[in-house]
Ligand binder design. Structure first.
Ligand SMILES: *Cc1c(COP(=O)(O)O)cnc(C)c1O
Length: 851
């Protein structure tokens, strides 16, 4: 390993920045400059060497002596020291990829939910033990320093975390990829609870320093907005051009994306908006300070904050500005910085595939057309053919109302040329459709990119589908429903355009880093190599029958529970008991995910005990942990959070259920907390209404860490269930066709309320004020939503859910049987590695590979 670090150290000039092809770094410079042949200094690969590097960073980088340094100083110095070890690999990777001229994946995503970087960098460089010892010899504690890092929360939930898993896998598989996104100054809000209610605090993730980013203000890109379009005569050809009225600068910030111990480091390039003109000195001197910086404030607002929405569209002008801003920067960056000088753009599809992570980056399609047609003077048809091969689109939803649309008026005002281009794309596409189907105007209207009701607007999913070479859903069921229900006219017209790639999660972060005890057990049992070849987990299958292995496996789970409870005690003053069944539901708060169904289960258990229907001694001791943020504007979701906290307060304080049911809701669920919660969990709650969860990735993380799933036939649950087997999965609830049938027949929640006695009693207990100090009105909005307007039909699945929970309790009572199932969940979940997802994208969509 140490040889690896030295030998891959390239003779790269020290001032060459990664991904920047046109700096002063030609062969002449490399050959003539006295320093050019010296390798980038690779720090010594030993404990003493590391200590020296670290102290130098602390003293000369951070400017403090060890004795006077804060934990933050130490963390920053450590991060920068570790970063040095990746630097040479980063430069070398960029150089290698430029030289190879291989096809690059341009992953366009408005969100990256990265999680902490230090642990992952230590894993990628295999430096953990050295650094641990080095810190100890300095009298410091590595876990404390790791805990100092504030995770970059530049995403809402599953979609952003997926992007982070994918770029990790591509780096590990040596596939050229640039992740493009937005450097939000404030990421997803920090959640706190005040008297049980969610209160949002700004996420100041940059406040204490951000050692993982490399700003490149010299490589800033200009992005235009507004204005009008005009035509002009270009040597006898009439052309269009955009005359914008304002602009901002996009400053790139590079982040390292290290592969797992493979000497590769890819790049995540996030854009930050800045004013083209910082402030007006004349106005400033005249004393009007706020007017003087108005342009600056205006520009910087574009990347100020992440929209805290998840799976609902937000018709906000600033959001469209964000979207255009980052894709305009990214496309320009790829064409002008990554491609070599004089590259013939006719061959662009050989060098790039832009993957559109949902509709957020779809405005990239008319942007590429604009560049090719207006700036590079391509024929329209030629430009369209190129553009068609350069984009692929991933759809992440099934809710029709979650498909993003933009008012024609707004697009015309902000991006007038793009709107014209969209109209022309639409006109030509609809002409094709008319020709193919003989003027079937109903079909034409269904497929049109532009729709007229209730106001004229552009459907971004239609634009993406028309433009993309491939359209994929994110789990088998989702892809089928995408074809059959969401975009049926398109899948009929282009059956081959549609495909599936089931999501995955990176085993580096979610097994190896998050669960070191399990990882050690797996490595002891199977040897190394499984971290990059997760199908090898299937070799664990035979050990499910091995009593010693089962015992070791149980000890791992217990250790993880203890680790979690220690954390929650310190972090949230929550006290939990080890021997309970640990039942976990963590994900964004959304009605479709049905946290209320879980609450009804707990309330029902509680009600049965306090009413005397059930002897508490016969109840399986159970600790339920929730984690969930609600979008700040999502009223009912915030009420549900308040309900969970209120139920927790009453249940946890009631001596009648003491030691039997415990409910905890640690605030601010994020990647860092997920890494502690998931390895400890025994039961994974995946209880969305069938047909609503596109895939889920939380479900995969749990299965890989040995939790058994209680879940509906939804998203990737279907595939988990099929792979781990019905005997090791607690399925319940309506199937998607049954849901559709009930919707058609008409769902009447009150019928379930009246006919299922336990359900009525649970709802009545909530409505009685038992969890709201006797106040009957407090949870009325939730109760009435469940009874009268619940599109997600929670009550219809209640009985089935309770039956499945009874099976859980029976199974948990059989310790050896439960352990076997748990081991088999791990052994049979290798499919859910994001490495496999990447192989599927590479072969089905991208037609690219490792170099
Ligand atoms: C994996 C993950 C998610 C997605 O969870 P789902 O249950 O699939 O919705 C959301 N947030 C965080 C922090 C995650 O790690």
């Amino acid at each position: 390993m140490s040889a690896d670090i030295v030998s891959t150290t390239p003779g790269v000039p020290a001032d060459e920045s990664p991904l920047t092809a046109r700096h002063q770094t030609g062969p002449m410079f490399a050959a003539t400059h006295p320093l050019a042949l010296a390798p980038v200094a690779a720090p010594p690969h030993s404990v003493d060497g590391f200590v020296r590097e670290f102290l130098r960073e602390l003293n000369t980088g951070q400017g403090v002596a060890l004795a006077r340094s804060t934990v933050n100083d130490q963390y920053l110095a450590l991060a920068r020291t570790v970063r040095h070890y990746l630097m040479a690999r980063w430069l070398e990777t960029a150089k290698h990829q430029r030289a190879s001229k291989a096809k690059t994946v341009g992953y366009l995503s408005a969100e990256y939910l990265l999680g902490r970087q230090l642990g992952n960098a230590l894993l990628a460089t295999d430096l953990n033990d050295i650094v641990d010892n080095a810190m100890t010899s300095c009298g410091l504690d590595l876990p404390t320093l790791r805990a100092q890092e504030v995770e970059p929360g530049l995403g809402n939930g599953g979609l952003g975390r997926l992007a982070a898993c994918f770029i990790d896998s591509l780096a590990t598989m040596s596939v050229p990829c640039i992740g493009y996104g937005i450097r939000y100054e404030y990421g997803i809000f920090k959640q706190t609870f005040v008297d049980g209610r969610q209160v949002e605090q700004p996420d100041t993730w940059l406040a204490l320093g951000s050692p993982w980013e490399f700003p490149h203000p010299e490589a800033a890109v200009q992005v235009d907005f507004g204005g009008y379009t005009e035509t002009y005569d270009d040597a006898g050809v009439t052309r269009s051009r955009w005359v914008p009225s304002w602009n901002v600068l996009g400053v790139p910030y590079n982040y390292m994306v290290p592969g797992y111990q493979n000497g590769r480091v890819n790049t995540l390039r996030l854009w930050s908006a800045q004013a083209t003109k910082a402030f007006d000195l004349a106005i400033f001197n005249s004393g009007d300070y706020s007017e003087a910086v108005r342009a600056q404030t205006f520009a910087e607002n574009i990347t100020k904050v992440l929209y805290p929405e998840d799976s609902t569209p937000q018709g906000k002008e600033l959001r469209l500005q964000q979207q255009y801003f980052f894709v305009a920067c990214s496309i320009r960056d790829f064409i002008e910085q990554i491609l070599e000088d004089g590259f013939d753009l006719h061959n662009l599809p050989e060098r790039i595939i832009f993957q559109l992570n949902d509709t957020h980056p779809v405005i990239a399609v008319p942007e590429l057309m604009r560049i090719l047609v207006d700036e590079k003077k391509f024929e329209w048809a030629e430009a369209w053919q190129i553009t068609n091969q350069c984009f692929a689109y991933t759809c992440h939803t099934l809710l029709p109302e979650a498909l993003e649309v933009w008012p024609d008026e707004l697009l015309g005002r902000l991006l007038p040329r793009h709107l014209e281009i969209i109209y022309r794309i639409n006109d030509e596409f609809l002409a094709e459709v008319r020709q193919h189907y003989g003027n079937d105007e109903l079909r034409v209207r269904a497929m049109s990119i532009v729709a007229d009701f209730p106001e004229r607007h552009v459907r971004m999913a239609h634009l993406a589908t028309v433009a993309a070479t491939k359209v994929n859903g994110v789990a088998e069921l989702h892809s089928q429903l995408l074809r059959d229900k969401l975009l049926p006219a398109f899948s009929e017209y282009w059956p081959d355009k549609f495909t599936n790639v089931t999501n995955g999660v990176t085993p580096r972060r979610f097994v190896r880093l998050a669960n070191p005890s399990l990882s050690a057990l797996i490595t002891d049992t199977l040897g190394p190599g499984w971290v990059t070849d997760l199908d090898r987990l299937s070799e664990l299958e035979q050990y499910a029958e091995d009593e010693d292995f089962r015992k070791a496996f149980r000890e791992v789970k217990l250790a993880n529970k203890t680790r979690l409870y220690d954390l929650l005690r310190a972090r949230d003053d929550i006290n939990l008991e080890n021997h309970h069944l640990l039942d976990v539901m963590v994900k964004r708060l959304h009605e479709y995910k049905r946290q209320t169904l879980k609450v009804l289960h707990i309330v029902s258990l509680y009600e049965q005990i306090i009413s005397g229907a059930v002897d508490p001694e016969t109840v399986t001791p159970r600790t339920v942990i929730f984690g969930a943020k609600a979008a700040p504007g999502y009223r009912i979701a915030k009420e549900i959070i308040y309900l969970i906290n209120s139920v927790a307060e009453v249940v946890n304080a009631d001596p009648v259920v003491a030691g039997r049911i415990n409910l905890a809701f640690p605030a601010n669920y994020n990647v860092t907390l997920a890494e502690k919660l998931i390895p400890a969990a025994e039961l994974s709650e995946q209880i969305s209404l069938a047909g609503m969860e596109a895939s889920g990735t939380g479900n995969m993380k749990f299965a890989l860490n040995g939790a058994l799933t209680i879940g509906t036939d939804d998203g990737a649950n279907v595939e988990i269930r099929k792979l781990v087997g019905d005997a090791h999965f607690f399925g319940f609830g309506m199937t998607e066709p049954e849901v559709t049938e009930l919707q058609t027949a008409g769902y009447r929640a009150t019928e379930y309320y009246e006919s299922v006695p336990l359900l009525k009693r649970a709802i009545d207990l909530i409505a009685s004020g038992a969890f709201s100090g006797g106040n009957r009105g407090t949870f009325e909005p939730i109760v009435s939503s469940l009874l009268y307007e619940d599109r997600f039909m929670a009550l219809a699945d209640f009985q089935s859910y309770l039956d499945a929970q009874a099976k859980v309790e029976a199974a948990y009572a059989d310790v050896e049987g439960w352990t076997k199932s748990s081991i088999l969940n791990v052994a049979r979940s290798g499919f859910f590695s994001s490495d496999r997802s990447m192989r599927d994208y590479l072969s089905r969509i991208w037609r690219a590979g490792a170099v």
